[in-house]
Write a protein that binds this ligand. Structure first.
Ligand code: AMP
Length: 299
């Protein structure tokens, strides 16, 4: 067993923002998510890479204490190329090369099947469903996705939503998936499918939590130096589930705290390109910004 099991993509990312460009750097949803979760617990990842995957990246993942027994090796690593314009609110995809991801055959290692906290980070919803099927009754499943899968695999995605406890979406994805301009309507439609909590991420403007009874709104952190928002959604999710797994408390009060921890880690992530920031932040940075979030909410 591990504390959090995370399935998602391992990628070589080419990213361009108004502040620079990086080529074929380590990225992917499971990477950002597990680096973020590892600030709280020891996660294990489930994914596929190719023979072209640089050894130094593998060493970096292992050094971080992330378990890679569920990492398969295919022929070519998933490659994503995207760019951001000045508002940085939304990644524009230039290229998505699924490569070995297309024939990734999900095999949850026996020793991880009893893991209580599972994060289905952004990947083909069919792979997310296969993961859920292979688990022995996880206690808490969090699901993330993106426009690509909403467009290409909507039906499978709806099936996964029915099986999870918390759904993470950004505002544009919520509107796209539920075909409504109104986020409250979208969140209520999502709640009717089964999850007990829907979190709508609004980029630099924070995040909203919808449950059947309540709403909660987390502020955005006023950052003056956003360089690259790639991976903010994944690191939000990784920190959210990592904090819940660490505290083993699924009350709504603690879900709210977990959202703030998600926002803290995601805001750090945006301050530099790729994984640079997530590799260097420490628990003290997290604690400091968490306190600032508490201050921002006092009136
Ligand atoms: P985020 O900015 O949190 O939404 O996620 C950024 C990461 O998502 C990048 O590192 C990409 O490699 C990865 N990514 C891009 N497109 C996809 C896709 N279709 N499925 C899964 N991961 C993707």
């Amino acid at each position: 067993m591990c504390e959090v099991l995370i399935i998602g993509t391992v990628a070589l990312d080419t990213i361009e923002t108004p502040f620079g460009k990086v080529e074929k750097v380590l990225g992917g949803s499971v990477i950002y998510a597990s680096f973020a979760a590892s600030l709280f617990v020891r996660p294990a990842l489930l994914s596929i890479i190719g023979k072209d995957f640089p050894h130094e990246y593998l060493a970096l993942i292992k050094k971080r204490g992330i378990n890679i027994e569920g990492l398969e090796i295919g022929d070519k690593t998933f490659h994503w190329e995207g760019f951001y314009e000045y508002d940085m609110g939304e990644a524009k995809t230039k290229k998505t090369e699924l490569n070995s991801l297309e024939y990734f055959n999900v095999q949850v290692p026996e020793k991880f099947k009893d893991t209580k906290y599972v994060f289905l980070a952004n990947i083909d919803p069919i792979k997310q469903l296969e993961t859920v099927k292979q688990m022995n009754k996880p206690g808490f499943i969090v699901l993330d996705t993106m426009n690509f899968w909403i467009k290409h695999k909507r039906k499978a995605l709806i099936e996964v939503i029915k099986k999870v406890d918390t759904l993470l979406l950004n505002d544009a994805e919520a509107r796209q998936l539920f075909a409504t301009a109104n986020l409250v309507k979208a969140a209520n439609a999502a709640l009717r499918l089964g999850p007990r909590a829907i979190i709508v991420k609004k980029g630099e403007h924070g995040a909203l939590l919808f449950t059947r009874r309540n709403h909660f709104s987390a502020p955005g952190y006023p950052l003056e130096n956003i360089k690259d928002p790639t991976g903010c959604g994944d690191s939000f999710g990784g920190a959210f589930v990592g904090y819940l797994a660490k505290t083993k408390d699924l009350s709504e009060k603690n879900l709210r705290k977990a959202i703030i921890y998600g926002s803290v880690v995601a805001s750090h992530n945006a301050q530099d390109f790729g994984l640079t920031r997530l590799q260097s932040i420490m628990t003290s940075d997290i604690r400091k910004r968490y306190k600032e979030f508490q201050e921002m909410r006092k009136f």
